[in-house]
Design a protein around this ligand. Structure first.
Ligand SMILES: Cc1ncc(COP(=O)(O)O)c(C=O)c1O
Ligand SMILES: [Zn+2]
Length: 552
C-alpha cells in the first residue's frame, strides 16, 4: 500500500510510523495520511466490485499494511436506511439514518478501534492507555482483548456505570478519575509517560481519523443504491451529514473521506456538515457563533450526556471550522431535554433506540430543519452512533475499577507534582507478576492469553533459560511458568540456578512439559516446583486453577 504522512502545518512528508507522533521538521502533532489518488482513481472501482461490504473494503485507503482478519469483529458495513416517518413529521422525504449501533460494540467508535488496534498490533504494541467518555473505551477494550493488547482505560467518574462495567468485562484495567474528561486525559497521559506506554492521541491518532472516512465511503455507495445511479455514473453525496460530537474525530474523518472520493473522481461534490453538541458542553458551537476559529475550553461541563463532555476540543475545532467554512455546514447545540425527547420520538417513530449522545444528532436534525438551515428538498444522513449494552452486575463482582482522586489544587495547565505522587499509588497497587519461559512462541502466547483472560497479572515472557534466570533476578516475579526442554540452558538448569541464589530460591515455579518424564527427571524436580503440568492440559482449566490457588 502506498501512503505517507503529511504535516498539516508545514507540508513536510514522511513515511508512516504509528509511534512517531510529531512532524520531524516543525514538530507539529497535526498530520494526516495521504495516498496516491491518481493511481487509486484508476484501480479502486474495479477492486471494489469483488469486495464484501465491511470496513476492509476500502483497505487501500487505510493505514494498515496487512489487515489481520483474526482481529475482525465484522466492523463497518452498517446499514443506511430511510426514516420515512421522521421525514413525514419534518416535511423532508430524504432523511436517512446511518445505523452505527450495528457495529460490534454498538457505536461508531468500533471503526476507530478496529483500525487503530490493527495498526498498533502490526507495530508490535502490547500495552496501551486510553482516556474516554465511555464508548471509545468499550470499543478499544473489545479489540484489545482480541489482539492480546493490555489496555488501561481512564474514565471520568461521571461515565454511566453500565458503560464502565462493559469496559471491565473485556478485561481492561478501569481507572475512574474523579474529575472532568479533560482532566482524565491529563492523568492518562501522565500515567502513560511514567510507564512508557503507548497513549491513544484521539484525533491526532492517524488510523483513528482514517477509520472514520469509511463512513463517507459507505454512505456514498449506499445512497447511490437507495436513490438510484446518477446519469454521470458518479456516486451520490448527501446534501448534509449530521453527527453529534465531543472530541470531533467523527466529522473530521468523514469530511476527509468525502474529499478523497472527490479527489478520485468517484463523486463530484462535498456534503454540508452539521456538527451537534450538548448545550452544557458546546465549546465548538460557542466559537462558531462568534465567528472564531479557535474554541475557548469549557472547564465545568454541565450536561448529563457525559459521552459528549469534551470541554477542550483543541485544534480539532479549528480544523473542523476551516472545513465547514469551505464546504458549508454549521455547528448547533442541543439541550439535554431536547436530546432525551429526540431519543424517545426516534424510537417510537422509526424503531431505532439510540443512546442520548446519538440522540443529540437527531434533535439537531429537527432544529436545523425548523430553523431553515436544512431545506425540505435536501437529503440528510444522520449518524445514529451509539447504544449501551447492559452487563449483568454479578458477572464482575466487585472491585473491578480503581478510583483516582485528583490531588487538591490540581491545575490543568500545570498538572505535575501532586499528580505524580497520586499516580504512583496506582502503580504501587500491583498485580501478581508471572514470567512465562518457553522457547515456543505459540505456547507463550497461549499461556499469556489464558492468564490475561482470567485475571489481572503482570506478565513477562522470555524464550530461553539464560534470560529466565536474569529476569528472575531483576524483576522478582511471583511465579515462573517454566518449560523443561529448551536449547542451551534447559528448565532443569534454570531450576538449579534459581535455587543457588537466595534471592530467587523461593519463587514459585510451575513446570509445563511436552515430554513424559523419567523417574530420575521427576526426582530432580521434586521439592523445587509447585506443580508439574503436561502441555495440552492448559485448556482444561488446570493451569489457571493452579495459578489462582497460588495467589489466593
Ligand atoms: C455515541 C457517540 N456519539 C458521539 C460521540 C462523539 O464523538 P467524538 O468524540 O469523536 O466527537 C461519541 C464519542 O464517544 C459517541 O460515543
Ligand atoms: Zn511540519
Amino acid at each position: 500500500m502506498d501512503f505517507f504522512i503529511k504535516c498539516l502545518d508545514c507540508g513536510h512528508q514522511t513515511p508512516y510510523n504509528i509511534t512517531s507522533l510529531k512532524c520531524p521538521v516543525c514538530e507539529s502533532t497535526w498530520r494526516e495520511a495521504q495516498y496516491d489518488f491518481d493511481e487509486l482513481a484508476k484501480t479502486l472501482p474495479s477492486i471494489l466490485k469483488n469486495r464484501p461490504f465491511n470496513i476492509w473494503r476500502f483497505r487501500e485507503l487505510l493505514p494498515v499494511n496487512n489487515p489481520n482478519m483474526d482481529l475482525s469483529l465484522g466492523e463497518g458495513g452498517t446499514p443506511l436506511f430511510r426514516a420515512p416517518n421522521l421525514g413525514m413529521m419534518l416535511g423532508n422525504p430524504n432523511i436517512f439514518i446511518k445505523d452505527e449501533r450495528q457495529g460490534p460494540t454498538s457505536s461508531f467508535k468500533d471503526r476507530q478501534a478496529s483500525i487503530t488496534i490493527s495498526a498498533l498490533k502490526e507495530a508490535g504494541i502490547t500495552e496501551m492507555v486510553v482516556a474516554s467518555t465511555g464508548n471509545v473505551a468499550i470499543s478499544y477494550s473489545a479489540y484489545a482483548a482480541r489482539a492480546g493488547i493490555k489496555l488501561w482505560a481512564f474514565l471520568t467518574s461521571l461515565v454511566p456505570i453500565a458503560k464502565m462495567r462493559e469496559v471491565a468485562l473485556y478485561g481492561t484495567q478501569v481507572i475512574k478519575v474523579t474529575g472532568s474528561y479533560d482532566q482524565a486525559k491529563i492523568v492518562a497521559a501522565e500515567f502513560a509517560k511514567q510507564r512508557n506506554l503507548f497513549l491513544d492521541q484521539g484525533a491526532k491518532t492517524i488510523p483513528s481519523v482514517e477509520a472514520m472516512k469509511t463512513i463517507a465511503f459507505e454512505i456514498a455507495e449506499q445512497l447511490t443504491t437507495l436513490q438510484g445511479p446518477k446519469p454521470s455514473g458518479k456516486l451520490r453525496v448527501p446534501d448534509w451529514y449530521l453527527q453529534s460530537v465531543s472530541g470531533g474525530i467523527g466529522p473530521l474523518g468523514v469530511i476527509k473521506g468525502f474529499a478523497e472520493l472527490q479527489k478520485m473522481g468517484m463523486t463530484d461534490r462535498m456534503p454540508k456538515i452539521g456538527i451537534l453538541q450538548a448545550e452544557g458542553c458546546a465549546p465548538m458551537v460557542h466559537a462558531w457563533k462568534q465567528g472564531l476559529s479557535t474554541a475557548e475550553p469549557i472547564h465545568s461541563p454541565r450536561t448529563r450526556i457525559t459521552t459528549l463532555a469534551t470541554g477542550n476540543p483543541g485544534h480539532t475545532y479549528t480544523l473542523l471550522y476551516e472545513r465547514v467554512i469551505s464546504n458549508g455546514g454549521t455547528f448547533e447545540s442541543i439541550s439535554d431535554d431536547e436530546a432525551f425527547r429526540a431519543m424517545h420520538f426516534l424510537a417510537k417513530m422509526e424503531g431505532v433506540s439510540v443512546e442520548p449522545a446519538a440522540a443529540v444528532a437527531f434533535a439537531g436534525l429537527v432544529k436545523l430543519i425548523r430553523n431553515g438551515a436544512i431545506k425540505p428538498t435536501e437529503s440528510v444522513v444522520v449518524n445514529g452512533t451509539g447504544h449501551t449494552t447492559p452487563i449483568e452486575e454479578e458477572v464482575l463482582g466487585e472491585n473491578w475499577a480503581r478510583n483516582f482522586v485528583l490531588p487538591p489544587h490540581f491545575k490543568e495547565e500545570a498538572p505535575e507534582e501532586g499528580l505524580l505522587a497520586a499516580l504512583k499509588k496506582i502503580t504501587i497497587d500491583r498485580f501478581p507478576r508471572i514470567a512465562i519461559v518457553d522457547d515456543n512462541p505459540d505456547v507463550r502466547r497461549l499461556i499469556r492469553r489464558i492468564l490475561q483472560s482470567q485475571g489481572n497479572y503482570t506478565i513477562f515472557e522470555v524464550d530461553n533459560g539464560r534470560e529466565a534466570v536474569q529476569l528472575a533476578q531483576n524483576e522478582h516475579p511471583d511465579l515462573i511458568i517454566l518449560d523443561l526442554m529448551m536449547p542451551e540452558m534447559d528448565g532443569f538448569a534454570v531450576l538449579d540456578a534459581l535455587h543457588a541464589d537466595p534471592e530467587t530460591a523461593s519463587i514459585y515455579v510451575i513446570v509445563v512439559t511436552a515430554k513424559d518424564l523419567t523417574k530420575e527427571e521427576k526426582d530432580r524436580l521434586h521439592g523445587r516446583v509447585q506443580s508439574l503440568m503436561q502441555k495440552g492440559d492448559f485448556m482444561s482449566g488446570d493451569l489457571i486453577d493452579e495459578v489462582r490457588a497460588l495467589f489466593r
